[in-house]
Every structure is written in C-alpha cells, then in structure tokens.
Write a protein that binds this ligand. Structure first.
Ligand code: MGD
Ligand code: MGD
Ligand code: MO
Length: 830
C-alpha cells in the first residue's frame, strides 16, 4: 500500500473510533465540535516541539511551528506520521495462547506475534481478572507496574499516571527508583554536591556567554539533544547556541568537545574536538588533576573553604596509596590522549573562567558514578563553582536547562496516586519479605532471580517474585538492555499488559494490548519551554481517536468502572472539567504575579505567555556564604571524599573517585581481542528514543535499505569489505542484528554507533516474524539493545550501563529478511 492509499484508508475508517463518553458540558460540546468542524490553525504540543496544525477533511494536513518557537527542528516533519502510520494499534488484542489458556498459557510462545482481536469489554475484563489472580496468589510483590518513560506531554493525559492510579485502585505493586537517563549521576551527586544536579536548573546561558572563556562539553551533544524536551518544547536554548557559535568564530570563547566522536554540536559550533578512548574519561580527568596539583594551579583556598576530603584523595592521585602516580603519561596510556594535550588542558581549564558541561551518556556505563564524581573534584580544584560562567553543570543539554525560568507557577497534573483516604480493592502491603521498590534497570534481574539480595545505595534490596507487568507510556523492549535475556525473563511472567499507540516490541511480547490514541486525538494542556517555563499551551484535539483507540483517561475510566471505582478515579470530572481545574488552579497560584485570562480565552488563543526570567548562577548562594547556604551533603560542603560511601565498603565505588577497568572495553581493554568494536547506542538525532520511528516517511529519510543506520569508520568498514549502503550484521555473544552501513569520518576506528530506540524486529531462523521469539533471533531492523549488557553500574546506583558493550560486524551475506518491526501482529482468528 502506498502512502496515499494508506491515508485514504485511515480517513475512511477513523469514524469507527468510539466517542469519548464523557459528560457533555456546554464547554466541551463547543470544544469537540470545534475540533471536528473547524479547519483553523490550532495549537498543540509535544516533546518534539509546540505546533500549530491545520486539518482538511478531518485529517491532519499541515504542521507548522508554534508562534514563539524560533528554532523548530527537523522532527516536525515526522509529526503527521505519528498519527497516520501502519504500526498503529487498531483494536484491543490478546495473545492467542493467553486468550485460550490465561495464566496457564505457553509463555514460550510470547513474542511469536499471534494475536486475536477482542472488544474493549473483553480486554479490560481479562486485564482485571489477571490482576485479581496475581493479587490473590502472590499479593502485591507479584505485580510490577512501576516502570515509567517518555509518555506523551500533557498534564492531564500523562499515560503512566493514569495506568498507575487505576491499577493502584485495584492493588499495590512493585515500583522503581531512579531512571535510565541519569541513574548513576542522580545517585552519586547528592553525596558529592548535595543534590541530583542533573535535573536542577543550571547557570543561565546569558551569563555563560558573557563570562566564560572556556566551555568544556564533556560527553555532551546539546545541539542534538535539545531538540526534544520533557514538556512542549519551544527551543529557546538554540538562540544561545547560535550566539555561542558566533563567539567561537570570533575567538571570544573556546569550546572543547571531549568525545570519542565528532558530535553534531561540535560540527555546528565549529569548535575543537578532543578524542578520548571510550569509557576512560576518569583516567583523563586524573591526569589533568595530577598536572594541576604538580603545577600548583589548584585553588587551595576554595578547596579549603568549600570542600572536604582533598587530603584523602591526594595520596591516590599522587600514587602514594597505590604506587601508581596518575600522571599525564599514565592517563595517556589508558585514554589515548597525549600527555602534552593533557598538560595543555590542565592549563586551559585553570586559566580564565571555565564552565564544564557534563552530558549524561558517560554515566550510562559501568562505574558511571566515577566520571561525575571526578569531574566535580576537578571543578572544585579549579575553584569556580558558584561563579557565573564557571564551575560544573550536569544538564545544559537537556530540556532548555540554562534558559532562565519565568518563575511562574506551572499547572498541576492528573494524580498518579490514590487520593487521601482511598483504598485499593486488594488492600495488602505484604511484599513477602521482598523490597517494594527496586532500582529502575534491575527489573529483568528480579524476574530471573527472585529472592536474591543485592546492594544498592547503602541498603539491601531483595528482588520480589514478579509474575505480572503492566506498561504504559514506556517501551521496555526499546529501553532495556539485552533482548535475549529479556526473552528468558518474560517466559517466567504469567501476564503482561501494555497500553500504547503502536505495535512496539513491548506489545509484541505482551498478552493484552490496549490501543491508546495519540496526543493529537485528545485535549490537553502543558507547560511550554520545559525548564524555561515560558507559558501554558492549549493542546487541541485535532482528529477523533483513530480506529478503536481511546485516550488513556478514557481507558482507565472504563477500567475503574469495572472495579466499581469510576467516580473515585475521575473525581466525577470529565476531560474538560479536568482541564479547567488544572488551568484555574494554576491561575490562582499565579494571582498577583502573572495575569492569566479565563480558561475560555486561553483555550481560544491557544496559549498564555509568561515571558523570560532573570539570569541566575547555580551555587552562587553557596559560594557567597557556605554556612548560611550549605549543600545538601552530610558536611554541607563538596565531598571529594565521602565518608558515607566509604562506609558502604563497595569494591566498585570506594570513598573517593577512582579509575577502574571495565568488563568490556575497546582500544586494548578487556574483551577487545574477541570483539574489538565499542558500540555506542546514543540518543537519536531524528527520534525521541523509539518514538517517531513509526513515522514511516520520515524514517525513510534516514534508513539504509530500510534498516537503522550503523555508523562506521571508513578503515574499519573497508577491512571488512563493507561499503556505504551495505547491509551489515552486528553481533556479540548476546545477540545479532542487521543494520545499514553509513561510512563516516566522524567515527574513529574501533567505534560504531547505532542510535537507541530503533524498533526491535526479530525474525526466526526461517526469516519469519513468528520466529521472532526464538532466543538468538536476528533483529531485522537494528535495535542496539539486542547487543548491550544488562549490568548495574555499581553497588551504589545499580543503574543502566548500556555503553559498556563490545561487538564485531561483518558484511551480511545471508538471505535478506523483511523488516518485521513495523507491520503489526499476525492477526489470528479463533
Ligand atoms: N542502549 C541504550 N538504551 C537506552 C538508552 C541509551 O542511551 N542506550 N537510553 C535510556 C534512556 S536515557 C531512556 S530515557 C530510555 C527511554 O525509554 P522510554 O521512555 O521507554 O522510551 P520511548 O521510546 O520514549 O517510549 C515511550 C513509549 O510510550 C508510548 N506513548 C507515548 N505517548 C503515549 C500515550 O499518550 N499513551 C500511551 N499509553 N503510551 C504512549 C510510545 O508510543 C512509546 O512506546 O531508554 C533508555 N535505553
Ligand atoms: N534528539 C533527541 N534528543 C534527546 C533524546 C532523544 O531521544 N533524541 N533523549 C533525551 C533523553 S531521555 C536523554 S536521557 C538525553 C541524553 O543525553 P546524553 O546521554 O548526554 O546523550 P547522548 O547523545 O546519548 O550522548 C552524548 C555524547 O556522549 C558521548 N559519549 C559516549 N560515551 C562516552 C565516553 O565514554 N566518553 C566521552 N567523553 N563521551 C562519551 C557520545 O559520543 C555522545 O556524543 O537526551 C535527551 N534529548
Ligand atoms: Mo533519558
């Protein structure tokens, strides 16, 4: 089917979508009829940007940037395809053998992709009965519904909240702590700097542009990663990046990107790149620190007044404690950076104002806590923490951090938890001696080894015996590591339920699949500008929910009704009642500070603008008066040595930062004789994780022979007889995938990249999509998590370490399978 035929088909069938069923107040009557009849430009928003959308004949026709977005991104071109694409889930579906045998089904069949269409009533009843069975047989420790992820923006329709509130009304369940983004960083930094830092507002760009002489982008690609935001993104930071580019060209600010590859940012700014061997940054940092101490360039006064434990760290740095001085020569051997450059860096960083900007990728590897800690130590030695344009930050590449916040109160959200006094149907808190909260990335381990006790952040965690999982607004068969291990784990689950818009691989490995509609098929509101909080955006419904899909609110209202708790769930309010409440509460909070019009005017105009805030310097108050404004660390000071961490006695996270070898490391490190290539699975330039991979036409702008690109160094490729555009098999002991070769000088020897979020499309030995459940199946599209390691960063954070991963690749010579990722299930009748 070509695209036009497909769209025609969708337009013809879209009226099948059920009506929302909410109470018709005059206002929502107006809004719904408005959304149907009017072909005016209407506002809406997403992680990819805030937009104005025009419809034609009931179908989304044109998408343009929101008035106040001066730097819309290319991903705007993929938005229509988010709604109209072949991967959409059309109706509720149940896995064949689960429909026949329920909790006694053959779970080895899970992933064979055979599903049967059912009605909403049937699907929701099966869902509830499964929960009943789990709570009765195992209690709350048998259920994990705690994973979260990048569910669509919008304060009302936040899908994970809907699922967790409704499932929580049925019974308690296992939850997670931390996230995949910054798991190691957000755990270590409270010990060192007193807060997670990663999600804190950072020093404002105007001050950085004014005051910095040098900016170090360490494992950081803001020009790529600021394209998406946690809220409706309006891309204010790009104006500052443009100014930075200007200053770089004028020689006013020196920007050094410390990164194994040439990043999008480095190319845009035309700044310097400093190559470092992957996973060896701590060694490089130690080499710099050694040089600073040797030359006495460190700020002894700042170290003395604002930090603790330099004396415990110094013997390690100088080699007095382990006989190994961390000289530039020592660091060079590990990091691949020449001693001269290390010495030069030490000089540059201590002369003039230096802002170190850490990206997050570097802590998504084994011992990912260490580079964050060591970078804080470096910044302390330089002595500029709390000065405008100096010190260290951990988030300038994320969600408009660094754009001054308006200071307005932001709207609240639909509640994730039960209201005060509400009780679940199965009101038990008996987790049978297991933990009710586990580190976010350890859930597959828990399924495989229930009862096992691990160390985590100074405590013990005992894995619960998980028998059922519910996913909404996240895509674990994209975000988690090691697909074949996941297959084994999923065979142990009795029931898996997923609520999504698309036939993701998570749906493929589920038993009950429920179709949610997209953001563009419901009304909502959101902050725009993410951390800049520039205003509130009206997110208008553009089209009726396609096929049999429903909004998450509607899905779980119906589910709550089955529990006899519909009113408890909705508080007796419809979609539009909620929108008005969220808006009016926010209006009340801003009274006297920001004038907000009435809801009706806001809804009609499409937004309320709060404007720009005041520039601000992170940690300035601490610098001015550390006694009055202590950090949140035990001592109130920066902890170069942490007594608390030392007392945990962890071999993989001692009391001060240290270089530690990895279990897999390229460029001569462990495992590189067998698998010489380091695979980095960075965040995609043209997607948000797995989202927008479904947008077919847009995807085709970057795929190679229909597959996800694998970026290869020209010499590495040539040695294996591979040309640009060839199909490549990438493999290690954990798995294998097909991807399309993009040969590029931006990638040094020994390094390949496949962006995370590429949809998992396994095929069996016979090339069929039904065989995708086989252990060792070939991924036909190129999901890098087919190959990554599922390993905790250390006993401290137990976070995701996807970047500790070695692979090999070869030209693919076998029979070429069709891509199985995007075409939905094998629909079966019974
Ligand atoms: N190898 C490797 N793996 C990684 C990473 C890496 O760098 N390398 N990065 C990690 C990081 S930092 C992150 S944050 C995670 C991201 O992991 P996730 O947040 O799980 O990734 P997304 O692809 O954004 O998944 C969101 C899912 O929610 C669905 N969804 C969106 N809107 C709605 C809605 O309104 N209703 C419902 N019901 N569903 C909706 C989408 O269709 C999609 O399937 O991945 C992690 N995994
Ligand atoms: N376009 C787009 N933007 C996004 C996202 C997306 O999916 N798409 N996701 C958002 C989310 S959820 C997150 S968590 C952030 C992710 O933010 P990050 O994790 O910071 O992003 P990445 O682009 O994966 O990695 C940044 C850089 O780290 C480098 N790097 C990797 N390993 C090493 C190393 O060992 N040493 C050094 N020095 N550098 C290394 C990579 O080469 C890359 O250039 O991005 C957010 N922004
Ligand atoms: Mo993330």
């Amino acid at each position: 089917m070509n695209r036009r035929e497909f769209l025609k088909g969708l337009a013809a069938t879209s009226y099948i979508g059920l009506s929302s069923g909410s109470v018709l107040t005059p206002l929502n009557a107006f809004a719904t009829s408005g959304s149907k009849a009017s072909d005016d430009w209407l506002t809406t928003g997403s992680h990819f940007g805030a937009f104005k959308i025009k419809r034609k004949n009931g179908v989304i026709d044109q998408v343009i940037p929101f008035d106040l977005d001066q730097y819309p991104t290319d991903m705007m071109n993929g938005v229509k395809g988010l709604v109209y694409n072949p991967s959409r889930i059309r109706y509720p579906m149940v896995r064949l053998d689960f429909l026949l045998k329920g909790h006694k089904s053959d779970t080895k069949q899970r992933g064979d992709f055979r599903f049967v269409r059912v009605t909403w009533d049937k699907a929701l009843t099966l869902f509830k009965e499964s929960l009943d069975e789990i709570q009765t047989k195992y209690g709350p420790s048998g259920l994990h519904a705690g994973q979260t992820g990048w569910r669509a923006t919008g304060q009302l329709h936040s899908s994970t909240s809907h699922m967790q509130r409704a499932v929580g009304m049925h019974g308690n369940f296992v939850k997670k702590i931390g996230d995949y983004s910054t798991g190691a960083g957000q755990t270590i930094l409270p010990y060192i700097l007193g807060s997670t830092e990663v999600y804190a507002q950072g020093t404002s760009w105007p001050l950085i542009l004014e005051q910095s002489n040098t900016i170090i982008l360490w494992s950081n690609d803001p020009y790529k990663n600021l394209q998406v935001g946690w809220n409706a993104e309006t891309h204010e930071s790009f104006a500052y990046l443009a100014q930075l580019k200007e200053k770089v060209s004028q020689g006013k600010i020196r920007v050094i990107s410390i990164d194994p590859v040439e990043t999008k940012t480095q190319k845009y700014l035309e700044c310097e790149q400093l190559y470092v061997n992957p996973q060896t940054d701590v060694a490089l940092m130690l080499g710099i620190a050694h040089e600073i101490v040797t030359k006495k360039w460190h700020d002894a006064e700042f170290i003395q007044g604002y930090s603790l434990g330099f004396e415990q760290f110094l013997p390690y740095l100088l080699g007095e404690s382990d006989g190994l001085a961390k000289t530039p020569e020592w660091a060079s051997q590990i990091s691949g950076v020449s001693p001269d450059i290390i010495r030069d860096l030490a000089k540059v960083m201590t002369q003039g104002r230096t802002q170190i900007m850490m990206g997050w990728c570097i802590q998504r590897q084994q011992h990912g806590e260490q580079p964050y800690w060591m970078a804080a130590v470096l910044a302390t030695m330089i002595g500029q923490i709390g000065l405008p344009g100096g010190g260290i930050s951990y988030g300038h590449h994320y969600s408009s951090i660094g754009v001054p916040s308006s200071g307005a109160a932001a709207p609240g959200a639909f509640p994730r938890n039960l209201d005060e006094g509400q009780k679940p149907l199965f009101d038990s808190n008996d987790f049978k001696g297991a933990s009710n909260t586990i580190p976010v990335a350890r859930w597959v381990d828990a399924i495989l080894e229930p009862g096992k006790t691990i160390d985590a952040n100074g405590a013990k965690v005992t894995y619960p015996d998980i028998k059922m999982m519910v996913f909404s607004g996240n895509n674990p068969w994209s975000h988690h590591q090691d697909r074949n291990k996941m297959k084994l784990a999923f065979q142990k689950l009795e029931c898996v339920v997923t609520i999504d818009m698309n036939w993701t691989a998570t749906c493929r490995f589920s038993d009950i699949v429920l179709p949610a509609c997209t953001t563009f098929e419901r009304n909502d509101l959101d902050v725009y500008g993410s951390y800049a909080n520039r205003g509130i955006l009206a997110m208008h419904k553009m089209v009726e929910p396609l096929f049999d899909s429903l909004s998450d609110f509607e899905i779980f209202t119906r589910f709550a009704k089955l529990l006899g708790k519909e009113n408890e769930y909705t508080r007796g309010m419809s979609e539009f009642d909620w929108l008005q409440k969220l808006y009016n509460d926010c209006k009340a909070d801003n009274l006297g500070k920001f004038n907000m019009p009435d809801f009706e005017a806001f809804w009609k105009d499409g937004y309320v603008h709060f404007g720009e805030g005041q520039p601000w310097t992170r940690h300035a108050d601490f610098r001015t008066d550390p006694e009055m404004n202590p950090l949140g660390t035990p001592s109130g000071l920066i902890e170069i040595f942490s007594r608390k961490i030392a007392q945990y006695n962890y071999d993989d996270c001692p009391g001060h930062p240290m270089w530690m070898e990895k279990t897999e490391r390229s460029h001569g490190g462990p495992g590189s004789d067998k698998y010489p290539m380091w695979m980095q699975s960075c965040h995609p330039d043209k997607r948000l994780h797995s989202q927008m991979c479904e947008s077919q036409q847009y995807r085709e702008t970057y795929t190679v022979q229909g597959r996800e690109p694998v970026y290869l160094n020209p010499i590495d490729a040539k040695q294996r007889g591979i040309k640009d555009g060839d199909l490549v098999r990438v493999f290690n002991d954990r798995g294998q995938l097909l991807a399309g070769a993009v040969v590029s000088d931006s990638f040094p020897r020994g390094i390949i990249r496949i962006h995370e979020g590429a949809w998992y499309g396994p095929v069996g030995k016979d090339g069929s999509k039904q065989g995708g459940n086989e252990i060792g199946a070939l991924c036909s599209y190129g999901d890098p998590n087919t190959l990554t390691q599922d390993l905790g960063t250390s006993k401290l954070a137990q976070a995701c370490s996807a970047y500790t991963c070695l692979v090999e690749f070869e030209k693919y010579q076998g029979k070429i399978p069709e891509v199985s990722a995007f075409s939905g299930p094998i629909e079966t009748l019974i």
